[in-house]
Design a protein around this ligand. Structure first.
Ligand code: ASP
Ligand code: MG
Length: 422
């Protein structure tokens, strides 16, 4: 069995859905699980509709209309004069979304998952019906009955045992009857039956969890880039496509912020030796990149990862103590409590420096907590550059005249935090 994941960009219009149907058609006949994200920027739009407290979100009517018009138009363009059935289904979803918004509870994260999950429910409904319409017989499947998480809304943690047994019972047997199953990325269900989500951009991870449970022969992520590139084409004109890369190396790169795949995606695949192919939905016949049981990366070229909007916190003891184990214990405890992820850290006798993605939580929660025991200073608007297989010329050409605030080198990787994010 093969598992395909199609992200939002690959289904963001009627012509995009037609294109993805052409791709699926090439593989039609062998067992295929197709995991689909919400269409285009639907998740962002749905986020805007989630009520904050008992306030109706700003521009509610306008955003709600955008959501309904967008999906309705795609459906009309796909099904033309036979769109009645799909439009009726979509209208039902719109009603349910409206209902969820009007009857929201006080728990923002809970509401978020109940509302935002409709993006994937709608996209898969349209895609599944369209594939059937084109004689690519498939079964629409509600993934919430199989991917089981705890009830940490917006960041559900997979219960592997429940998920595996639900997959064996509910998903696997479908392939005895159907050639293809179409299901949602990103969303899941708690043991109690509520909808949860796996965190933004989590559809890659969904596909990987299902690949693991189904012992897939391979998983493919269809993207708008030709494969795993040595840099984000947004920053680099001349990128190099990686032919193949070992799991561990790719895991390191996603950990450093390579956005090509969700960081959690690779571990389950690695554990079962399932190769991950990254291919272009624009040029689907081209080779793409493979992440798998390789010894080395090919070609061995410098790899660049840029993270903008970084903040550097310097944490200093208030008293005359050094930064030692007890202080570090308290600092890490505070980070664990806020769930914020450290991108780089360094300590000296008198201060502990951490680099993080800048967000409101840092000012609302982290700094006030730290300030109970420490002095805190910060710099914002920074860029974190990670270069693998670096040399001094490369560093110079990338950093230029910019001021370096923090730098860390290992034999293969350098991380540099600089001012003036470009
Ligand atoms: N639709 C979700 C998001 O945009 C999940 C995904 O696309 O992977 O975050
Ligand atoms: Mg998306």
């Amino acid at each position: 069995m093969k598992v395909f994941k199609f992200g939002g960009a690959s289904v963001n219009s009627a012509s995009a859905v037609k294109n993805m149907a052409h791709i699926v058609e090439q593989y039609y006949g062998e067992p295929l699980l197709v995991v689909v994200s919400a269409m285009g920027k639907t998740t962002n739009l749905l986020e805007k509709l989630v009520p904050q407290g008992d306030m109706q979100p700003p521009d509610f009517d306008e955003n709600f209309a955008k959501l309904t018009d967008y999906h309705t138009e795609i459906a009309q363009q796909l099904f033309e004069n036979q769109s009645e059935g799909i439009i009726a289904k979509l209208n039902l979803f719109f009603e349910q979304i409206h209902d969820r918004i009007c009857n929201a509870s006080f728990d923002y994260n809970y509401n978020y998952d109940q509302i935002v999950s409709f993006g994937e429910l709608m996209s898969t409904t349209i895609v599944s019906e369209y594939l059937n319409f084109k004689n690519l017989e498939n079964k629409w499947f509600d993934v919430r009955s199989v991917i089981k998480t705890d009830d940490r809304y917006r960041e559900g943690k997979i219960d592997w045992q429940l998920t595996q047994s639900a997959s064996d019972k509910l998903l696997k047997p479908l392939f005895n009857v159907h050639k293809m199953v179409v299901t949602q990325g990103f969303i899941a269900g708690s043991a109690m039956g509520a909808t949860t989500t796996l965190g933004r951009e989590g559809s890659d991870y969904s596909a990987s969890v299902l690949s693991y449970c189904l012992d897939a022969e391979a998983m493919t992520i269809w993207k708008d880039v030709p494969g795993f590139l040595n840099a984000d084409p947004k920053y680099f004109e001349k990128t190099v496509k990686i032919e193949h890369i070992p799991y561990n190396e790719a895991i390191e790169l996603t950990y450093f912020g390579a956005s090509v795949i969700h960081p959690k995606t690779l571990k389950p695949l690695q554990n079962k030796h399932i190769p991950l192919l990254v291919k272009s939905f624009i040029t689907p016949d081209e080779e793409g990149s493979t992440i798998g049981d390789f010894k080395t990366i090919k070609p061995r070229t410098p790899l660049y990862i840029f993270k903008n909007n970084q903040i550097l916190l310097s944490i200093l003891p208030k008293d005359f103590s050094f930064i030692a184990e007890d202080n570090l214990h308290a600092i890490f405890g505070t980070f664990a409590q806020t769930g914020l992820k450290i991108n780089m850290m360094q300590n000296s006798a008198l201060s502990f420096s951490v680099c993080l993605d800048n967000n409101d939580m840092i000012f609302e929660k982290l700094i006030p907590l730290l300030k109970k025991s420490f002095k805190v200073r910060y710099n914002t608007g920074l860029q974190l550059i990670t270069i693998r297989y670096y040399n001094d010329d490369i560093i110079r050409s990338i950093v230029g005249q910019r001021n370096i605030l923090l730098e860390q080198r290992s034999r293969s990787t350098v991380q540099i935090l600089v001012e003036n994010a470009q």
